[in-house]
Design a protein around this ligand. Structure first.
Ligand code: HSE
Length: 339
């Protein structure tokens, strides 16, 4: 039986979702693809659990929630984290789920480049390195002959990158317009439907584990802008970085503005636009009942193509298991081609 030895880097909401998803699906993967997934290390920001024979995924989640640190994992806990973990164990694939850093892209950037240099495949949910250095990182993967997949970086469980590349491969992509941030959509929906306050809904989204570690990234449009850059590069071939996006968030949207819009049959949504002429994230009025009228943590995107007209996708844009599902799909696609 072939084995795929995995390191999970980052053990917040997404990292824990990965462990749960692997635990739930490893038997199916073994049966359908003939590959045994084995988590050989998992690391949080200051500790890790490492075991070449494999760790129990649900025990990792339990330890993290009960003890706060993975180093509490019996017989396998260490105070190592980050790059050191990549040298401490033999592995085949890095599942990288550290918090997005839009200033330096670290630690994701160094972890990813080191894994590539070691000849390992990488699946990520991170947006920082892709938004700041898309060409550099994707080129490094190519130079090292490894797989690099990042479906989960945009739209959580909503299929968009692989869907557009694979299912729409006959089409040229002219633009993508949509809602790419679950937290702000949740906040705006709750303010609209229940008149809840901005502060309370933001706190709720943090409790749901959908907001970024630093929720300013959500409410100021930074997260959606990162996703705009990733789509621009990966699907429209636009060589852009984060600084090329015009960004405005939702922190100035008042309940009064939402009420006024509602009276006229409109909603306020944080809309991202990706086209050769425009890379932009801003609050916009959309018609109630239109395809933009999705609530809660849902994301949506309308993909304008040259041959197939417009195609709209929708799905849960954030969440632990939802985001992990996209990462596991990326892992399966690597298993299909390489194992
Ligand atoms: N904080 C992000 C969101 C998570 O709310 O959409 C998914 O990228």
């Amino acid at each position: 039986m072939k084995e795929c030895r995995i390191i999970i880097m980052g053990f917040g909401a997404v990292g824990q979702g990965i462990a749960r998803a692997i635990s739930l699906k490893k038997a199916m993967i073994k049966q359908d693809y003939g590959v045994e997934l084995k988590v050989v290390a998992a690391a949080d920001s200051s500790s890790s659990a490492i075991c070449q024979e494999g760790l129990d995924e649900m025990m990792l989640v339990h330890i993290k929630n009960s003890e706060g640190r993975l180093s509490a994992y019996r017989d396998c806990g260490t105070n190592m984290s980050g790059l050191d973990v990549l040298d401490a164990v033999e592995y085949d694939l890095l599942m990288e789920a550290t918090p997005t850093n839009i200033e330096t892209a670290e630690p994701a950037l160094s972890l990813t480049l080191k894994a590539f240099e070691q000849g390992k495949d990488v699946v990520t949910s991170n947006k920082g390195h892709l938004a700041l250095k898309f060409s550099e990182v994707t080129q490094a993967a190519e130079d090292n002959g490894v797989e690099f997949k990042y479906e989960a970086s945009v739209g959580g469980a909503m299929p968009i990158i692989n869907f557009t590349r694979d299912t729409l491969s006959s089409c040229g992509i002219e633009s993508i317009v949509g809602i790419l941030n679950g937290t702000t959509n949740y906040i705006l929906s709750r303010m609209t439907s229940e008149g809840s306050s901005y502060d309370i809904t933001l706190k709720e989204s943090q409790e749901l584990g959908i907001a970024e570690t630093n929720p300013t990234q959500d409410v100021e449009g930074i997260d959606a802008a990162c996703k705009t850059v990733i789509l621009a590069n990966s699907l429209l071939g636009i060589d852009a970085t984060y600084d090329d996006v015009e960004v405005e968030g939702i922190s100035n949207i008042t309940s009064q503005a939402i009420e006024l819009a509602k009276k006229d049959g409109y909603l306020i949504k944080l809309i991202a636009e990706v086209s050769p002429k425009n890379l932009k994230v801003a609050p916009r009025l959309v018609k109630m009942g239109s395809s933009y009228d999705v609530s809660g943590t849902l994301n949506m995107a309308t993909i304008k193509t040259d041959l197939a007209g417009e195609i709209t996708v929708m799905g849960l844009g954030a969440g632990s298991l939802e985001t992990a599902s996209a990462m596991l799909t990326d892992v399966i696609s690597i298993l299909k081609t390489k194992y």
